[in-house]
Structure formats: structure tokens, C-alpha cells
Design a protein around this ligand. Structure first.
Ligand SMILES: Cc1cc2nc3c(=O)[nH]c(=O)nc-3n(C[C@H](O)[C@H](O)[C@H](O)COP(=O)(O)O)c2cc1C
Length: 371
């Protein structure tokens, strides 16, 4: 069979980085660390196995920029040289597979100091390794969470600095794509949404004030991250709640983030208050990526219930996004990208060591790129 000209399997260039195709493994919290936040063999296997699986980009989970920035005591962290050193073999392996290693930097704010989700949703007390959580305003996320302390000017300045420092460590660890987590109800989103930000100083109030923290994070990360590498941001495009953060505001912010050096906005939604989710599931987010791409002057990533090769192909081919990000489909099938290529009649990016056995029989193995 002659290979078809798949858009999903066409390369994509962002700054000095080439993605071999348009498929990204979406960041997924693993709650697999000890209290030191250091990467473990689980991360090597979980992230590593998805690179031979054919994706163009593998993004490590929401990674805390400081101990008190974690969601749970089992989160991955990046606040010291030791954290970068623990991640370096993983990025080296992923790069060696012709795949771009990426990482998402995050701060949980008022959603922090909770248990791993399979243990419970309640707050971890300080006596059990929890911490005092911080947020733009002293408003509870849910009755199960701890009451946050309102962040001072000094707290805000320190946090912006922590994002910048973590961006520098991410480069040293070998990551070549950096994503700022500005969505899903975590700290930056808590500043963006009027539902969680009731400040009356320069960090709240109107659009300008509520977006100031997110814009400052973008500037700090860009200053510490090499010019030739892509910087991305994940936004909740809407809160799905009356009186909350809106798609119009998100598109405007995406444009401002672009001016601050962000190259790509991944378009997610919801999670600022309990139950604030897309009514018919995350598939409802997909049109946001087309809107941001068309109106904000940045590249966009689509995420949410992308499961089928033809669906992903259609999103890219129709200009609906520059990259597609898959989470749960990648958990079910780490070789999703290889199988998608086969379904679309494109050269299948089997790793060379497997391709001789499984791919070349069909005569359409793509030789892996070497770094
Ligand atoms: C196990 C799991 C962990 C997740 N952790 C993160 C995360 O660390 N950062 C993030 O931005 N989204 C996270 N998400 C959301 C996914 O990245 C994705 O946006 C969402 O699952 C919708 O995509 P899907 O329908 O392909 O699963 C997580 C999702 C899952 C299933």
C-alpha cells in the first residue's frame, strides 16, 4: 500500500524544534514520587514507553516548582539540581527515540496538600506531610480542602521566581518543550477567574489585574528558557460557570501570552470549582483550539476525548489545531501513534528494534530519527 499524505503525521516546527508528527502525550499526574518530589523508575517507564510508541511529543505531568506548589505529597517536583538530574535519563531516552521531551510546570495553589486521588480527596494535615496552601484569595476550593492563605506581594514575587528557576532546571534536565499550567483550577487559573480571585490590588479585579500573574509567569519562563525552544501554556478556556472566566477573555489572554513569548496554547477547560466541567465531556473543548489558533496569533493544541486516528487527522487537516494531545487513549495504548499511522496508511513510526518484527512485514516502517 502506498503511504498517504497524512497531515497528522506531517512534521511541525516551533522555534528551533521539529516534532516528527502532530501527536502529543498530554501531561498526566502519576502521584508516584516520594516526599522529595524526585522522579522514580515509574516515570522512566511511563514517559519513556510512549516515545517508542510513536508520539512526536511526550509531556511530563504537572510538576511542582516548589514543595508547597504540589497537589499531593507524591507529586513530581523541579526545584533543585537533584530534581533535574533525576529527570535527565528520561529526557535522554525520549530524545533518543526521535521524540521531543516536554514538561509541564505547575503550582496547585488552593488545590494543594491533598491525597493521591485513589486514597481520598481530603486535605493532608501538616502532621502527615501536608502544608499551608496559598491562593490569590482566602476562598475554599471545596469543604474537603484546606483554607488557603491569601498570597502577599512577596509570595507572588517568590512564586514567579520559582517558575523562572524551574524553567532553567527543565532545560538543564534535557526538556525541549516547556508548558506552563495556567488551567484546571490551579494557582494561575485561580488568579484568572473572578470565582477564585477577589483581590482589590493590582493582581485582581479587571482583566488586566486577573491576568497579570499568568503574564508574569510567561515572561519569567521565557527569560529562563532558551529562545530557540518552544514555550507553551495550558489554559482552561472557560470555567463553564456563570460569572466565571470566559472564552473571550481566554482568547485575549492567549494573544498577550504570545506577546510574552508563548508559542502554543493548549486549550482545555473547567475545574475552577467542583463540578465545573464541560457538560458533555472534554470533547466540547475541541473547538476552542481552532478559535485560539485563528484569533490569538499563536499555535494551538487540542485536547479532550481524542481517541480515533481519523478524528485526530481531521482536527489537524481542517486547521483545528497544530498539535493534538491525548491522555487516556495513550494510557490504554502506548502505541496509539503507531496504530494511528497504520490506520491512516502513513509510514508507521515503529521503533527500529520492533519494526523488523512487526512493521516491516507490512513494508511501511518509518526509520526512527536519531538525535
Ligand atoms: C491520569 C490523569 C492525570 C492527569 N494529569 C494532568 C496533569 O498533570 N496536567 C494537565 O494539564 N492535565 C492532566 N490531566 C488531563 C489530561 O491531560 C487531559 O487534558 C484530559 O484527560 C482530557 O484528555 P483525554 O480525553 O485524552 O483523556 C490528567 C488526566 C488523567 C487521565
Amino acid at each position: 500500500m502506498e503511504p498517504t499524505a497524512s497531515r497528522l503525521f506531517s512534521p511541525f516546527d516551533l522555534r528551533g524544534v521539529r516534532f516528527r508528527n502532530r501527536i502529543g502525550v498530554s501531561p498526566m499526574c502519576m502521584y508516584a514520587c516520594g516526599p522529595d518530589g524526585l522522579a522514580t523508575p515509574w516515570h522512566m517507564v511511563h514517559l519513556g514507553m510512549r516515545a517508542p510508541g510513536g508520539a512526536g511529543l511526550v509531556v511530563a505531568e504537572a510538576t511542582a516548582v516548589a514543595p508547597h506548589a504540589r497537589i499531593s505529597p507524591a507529586d513530581l517536583g523541579l526545584w533543585s539540581r537533584a530534581h533535574a538530574d533525576a529527570l535527565a535519563p528520561i529526557t535522554q531516552f525520549i530524545s533518543g527515540q526521535g521524540c521531543v521531551p516536554g514538561i509541564q510546570l505547575a503550582h496547585a495553589g488552593r488545590k494543594g496538600s491533598t491525597r493521591s486521588p485513589w486514597i481520598g480527596r481530603d486535605a493532608v494535615p501538616e502532621s502527615e506531610g501536608g502544608w499551608q496552601v496559598q491562593a490569590p484569595s482566602p476562598l475554599l476550593f471545596s469543604p474537603l480542602n484546606a483554607m488557603p492563605r491569601e498570597m502577599s506581594e512577596a509570595d507572588i514575587a517568590r512564586t514567579i521566581g520559582e517558575f523562572g528557576a524551574a524553567a532553567g532546571l527543565a532545560f538543564e534536565a534535557g526538556f525541549r518543550y516547556l508548558e506552563l499550567h495556567l488551567g484546571h483550577g490551579y494557582l494561575a487559573h485561580q488568579f484568572l477567574s473572578p470565582l477564585s480571585n477577589r483581590r482589590t490590588d493590582g493582581w485582581g479585579g479587571d482583566f488586566e489585574g486577573r491576568t497579570r500573574f499568568a503574564r508574569a509567569l510567561a515572561k519569567a519562563a521565557r527569560a529562563a528558557w532558551p529562545d530557540e525552544l518552544p514555550l507553551a501554556a495550558r489554559l482552561s478556556i472557560t470555567d463553564w460557570v456563570e460569572g466565571g472566566w470566559t472564552a473571550d477573555e481566554a482568547v485575549r489572554l492567549a494573544g498577550l501570552l504570545g506577546e510574552a513569548g508563548v508559542d502554543l496554547v493548549v486549550c482545555s477547560s473547567g475545574a475552577i470549582v467542583p463540578g465545573a466541567m464541560p457538560p458533555d465531556g472534554p470533547i466540547m473543548q475541541l473547538p476552542f483550539a481552532a478559535r485560539v489558533r485563528a484569533q490569538a496569533g499563536v499555535a494551538s493544541g487540542a485536547v479532550g476525548q481524542i481517541t480515533e486516528a481519523a478524528q485526530a487527522e481531521q482536527i489537524i487537516a481542517s486547521g483545528g489545531a497544530d498539535l493534538v494531545f491525548l491522555a487516556r487513549a495513550m494510557l490504554r495504548d502506548p502505541f496509539w501513534a503507531v496504530h494511528a499511522a497504520e490506520a491512516l496508511g502513513a509510514p508507521a513510526p515503529w521503533p527500529i528494534a520492533y519494526g523488523r518484527a512487526v512493521g516491516q512485514r507490512q513494508g511501511r516502517v518509518q526509520r526512527p530519527q536519531r538525535p
